[in-house]
Design a protein around this ligand. Structure first.
Ligand SMILES: Nc1ncnc2c1ncn2[C@@H]1O[C@H](COP(=O)(O)OP(=O)(O)O)[C@@H](O)[C@H]1O
Ligand SMILES: [Mg+2]
Length: 303
């Protein structure tokens, strides 16, 4: 739960669309506030994400309405359009490894996205709070393989997530995984893509709105996530690597014949055309690590 010192958060019990009742705020970023909420009819716990761009928006005296100065109005509308696209995108998707869509709508001068509540923690909170052994082959097998399945599913639909990182991967108590935050996702056949980047996890092509982007771009972020699982920090961010790519800094020590460090390194190639292009390599490497740990003979078929 986050503490409201700004008066910008929706008050507890605020009703939206006469259907959802806000409980408490979970997280706040530059563009949105995430709350836990309940369905008024059956009390089911859900997540409500509210469009609230920090730099542009003001909360009204009624503690609901969101306004924006006239000079910023066009930016506000543009960003709200991207926000609503997250709802549109999620609505198209249905997969056990992807947060479930419930609703999206405009109200109070802003926009809301209602989603399934995923119990658990993000992968980065798990690492920070529990120092969980996230590079353990069993953990990787049970959490990242289903995540890769979810990535394959969206790629087959012509969508790239564009913000795969530990903060956008929810892990439940029983280890089940859900990919969240489709706020940067796009249909990759489009010609222009708005620039959204996350230091350490975004590939070079995300730093331009005219670049070629595709599944291989999410592969970079997946490799960066695996790197984080190993090292506890993301790889150096890509603009810095362009000028001084300290290769040794992205080295991951190779345990025996392990395929995983190799696949991670190939996934982290700065130039997309040199990068490992298929998620199948990651799946094969994770399976091999798992079976080696179990003491069984791995099958190295890339399926
Ligand atoms: N469906 C969900 N279930 C549980 N927690 C969630 C859910 N969606 C978001 N959160 C929490 O809110 C945080 C921010 O959500 P996210 O969609 O990533 O927004 P942002 O665009 O601000 O990064 C997440 O890191 C997670 O802690
Ligand atoms: Mg996020």
């Amino acid at each position: 739960m986050i503490v409201d010192t700004s008066g910008n958060l929706l008050a507890r019990n605020t009703k939206l669309r006469n259907t959802y009742q806000i409980r408490s705020a979970l997280s706040r970023s530059e563009l949105a506030i995430v709350y836990t909420a309940r369905l008024l009819d059956n009390r089911e716990k859900v997540i409500v994400k509210e469009f609230f761009p920090n730099a542009l928006a003001l909360r009204g005296m009624d503690r609901k309405t969101v306004t924006c100065g006239a000079s910023m109005q066009s930016k506000y509308v543009e960003f709200m359009h991207y926000f609503l696209r997250e709802g549109q995108m999620l609505k198209e998707l249905s997969h056990p490894g992807i947060v479930g869509y419930i609703d999206h709508f405009e109200e109070n001068g802003t926009a809301y996205l209602v989603m399934e509540y995923c119990a658990g923690k993000t992968l980065d909170r798990m690492m920070k709070e529990e120092a969980a052994p996230t590079y353990d082959p069993t953990f990787l097998y049970h959490t990242l393989l289903p995540l890769i399945d979810a990535m394959e599913y969206i790629h087959d639909k012509g969508i790239i997530h564009r913000d795969i990182k530990p903060g956008n991967i929810m892990i439940g108590e029983n280890g089940n995984v859900k990919l969240i935050d489709f706020g940067s996702a796009v249909h990759f056949e489009g010609k222009e893509h708005p620039i959204f980047t996350t230091a350490g996890y975004s590939p070079l092509e995300f730093y331009s709105n005219r670049s070629q982007q595709g599944p291989v771009s999410d592969i970079y972020s997946l490799a960066a996530t695996l790197y984080y699982c190993r090292k506890g920090t993301p790889p150096p961010d890509v603009p810095g690597r362009l000028f001084a790519d300290h290769a040794e800094r992205i080295q991951i020590e190779n345990a025996g014949l392990s395929l995983l460090p190799y696949v991670i390194r190939r996934g982290l190639e700065v130039q997309a055309n040199k990068r490992c292009r298929s998620l199948r390599w990651f799946k094969a490497a994770l399976r091999a690590e798992y079976w080696i740990k179990k003491g069984k003979r791995p099958t190295l078929t890339v399926r």
